[in-house]
Design a binder for this molecule. Structure first.
Ligand code: NAD
Length: 445
């Protein structure tokens, strides 16, 4: 292939992106892939979504959303206008000009990166890869993944990266339930395997937001891990200080809010029952794992992990102390856990610290029930299998419980009513701050 032809491939793709005739394929239609489809669709691109989960495919084809904070309306509109097609038929990958990969990147039971979803996807793409396609990895991963794990599976003698096809990494910054920031007003960091890859990928993301180019895919991969490690470390700091402040008889939430009045050099992070979600408890361990290859121990990540993992234990310890003040033990007590989602107002319970709290309480002989307005049933996870259904937060359920633990401070909860009808509350979120009557029943944890 001569130089002129190679440049033509890139220019054709850039033109298609510019005039929005490029077809966007999105692999993995979960918390990241679905909103991305909606944002590109909103800009006039045709989208083909790929997923292995046929329930998700069916819902989209019926114009429905399966994620609480994502409305059905834009999905309906896109499907009705034949702008959004979804399928499990991966042969159709060759219809897409730009392929965005949004599959899970979890940890194995031994806390090592599980790239199986990504590698399966890469193998599938490699079988269908055609000239003029852009592949972008969106899933969070360790520095080196795009070039070490994907590139060798995609590049052949006839299909050269940066010439025949383009490969980039652009981390997703989705914050489920965040009403202020979304894909449209959050800049998107992009790193390409070659300059041409970067140019094409940046052109694509400039269609939905401001692309922030960096010099390599590794830099882009590490950018995401820095952002999430920063959160993990700062949350660990306030979680540790919460325990100290409690011993000192100081309200750490009051201290954090006072510190937050400093207009420079401080950003507030709040303590809680431990980390949850698909990102903060997992991503730093991707970096810690890769660091070993460089004879390097990431001590901050290790320490933050230890503190954050210990927080559900602290919640159980405080529950024990609270019950003790009522001359009761965990063993035999009926305990109502409020909120199993890992943060307020979302329906995602992955890695929720509420699970760890419930497991310990059950092991200690408690009669545990839970409520979550957004999670009516507990599905089996890799670690837990509770087979429970959410109970209503009625005056009767609250009064029947020996203790009520607030794990997630959903806006749907009326904390005045909760305190009024409960005999003992363990508050891990400072959710009862505004409650004036019955405060003596509240134990902070
Ligand atoms: N959830 C977040 O807030 C968030 C934020 C930023 C980054 N991320 C990262 O984005 C990635 C995806 O996370 P998520 O929360 O959207 O996960 P998710 O579990 O909600 O969605 C992943 C989807 O991929 C599908 N899938 C799995 N294997 C597949 C395959 N081989 N082919 C096609 N589809 C497949 C699943 O069925 C699922 O629908 C992860 O790397 C995560 O760390 C997530």
């Amino acid at each position: 292939m001569n130089k002129k032809n190679k440049e033509k491939i890139q220019q054709t793709l850039l033109d298609k992106i510019k005039d929005k005739t490029a077809v966007i394929g999105i692999i993995g239609l979960g918390y990241v892939g679905l909103p991305l489809a909606i944002h590109f669709g909103g800009k006039g691109f045709k989208i083909i979504g790929f997923d292995l989960d046929t329930r998700k495919i069916d819902k989209i084809l019926h114009g429905e959303s399966y994620i609480k904070h994502i409305p059905a309306k834009p999905i309906q509109e896109m499907v009705n206008q034949r702008q959004f097609d979804v399928t499990i038929n991966f042969d159709r990958l060759n219809e897409a000009d730009c392929i965005l990969i949004c599959v899970p990147t979890p940890l194995t039971a031994k806390m090592e990166p599980d790239l199986s979803y990504l590698l399966d996807t890469t193998e599938t793409i490699s079988k269908k890869l055609r000239s003029g396609q852009l592949i972008v990895l969106e899933s969070t991963t360790y520095p080196g993944t795009t070039e070490e794990m994907m590139l060798p599976r995609l590049e052949t003698r006839d299909m050269q990266v940066g010439k025949d096809f383009f490969l980039a990494f652009s981390p997703e910054r989705e914050d489920p339930g965040n009403k202020q920031f979304n894909a449209a007003n959050t800049p998107k960091v992009v790193g390409g395997v070659t300059d041409a890859c970067l140019e094409v990928a940046a052109a694509l993301f400039n269609c939905i937001t401001r692309a922030v180019p960096v010099s390599s895919t590794r830099a882009a991969e590490l950018t995401k891990l820095l952002e999430n490690t920063y959160r993990s470390v700062n949350i660990a700091l306030v979680n540790e200080l919460k325990i100290l402040a409690h011993r000192m008889g100081i309200d750490l939430f009051e201290v954090i809010n006072a510190s937050a009045t400093k207009p420079f050099g401080y950003m507030p992070f709040y303590p809680g029952p431990g980390l949850g979600g698909h990102c903060i408890p997992i991503d730093p361990f991707y970096l810690a794992w890769k660091a070993k290859e460089f004879d390097f121990v990431t001590r901050f990540i290790q320490l933050a992990g230890e503190i954050n993992v210990s927080m559900p234990y602290y919640v159980v310890e405080r529950t024990q102390e609270a019950l003790n003040s009522h001359k009761k033990s965990i063993n035999g007590s009926r305990i109502l856990v409020l909120g199993i989602a890992y943060k307020k107002d979302i329906d995602d319970e992955r890695e929720s610290p509420g699970y760890a709290v419930m497991k310990m309480l059950l092991e200690k002989g408690a009669d545990v029930i839970y409520n979550d307005p957004w999670i009516p049933k507990l599905k089996p996870t890799r670690k837990y299998d509770f087979k429970m259904e959410s109970v209503p937060v009625s005056p009767e359920e609250l009064a029947a419980a020996d203790a009520v633990i607030i794990v997630t401070d959903h806006s749907a909860y009326d904390f005045d009513e909760i305190v009024k009808h409960s005999s003992l509350i363990i508050d891990t979120r400072n959710a009862t701050l505004g409650v004036t009557e019955g405060r003596e029943k509240v134990f902070m944890a």
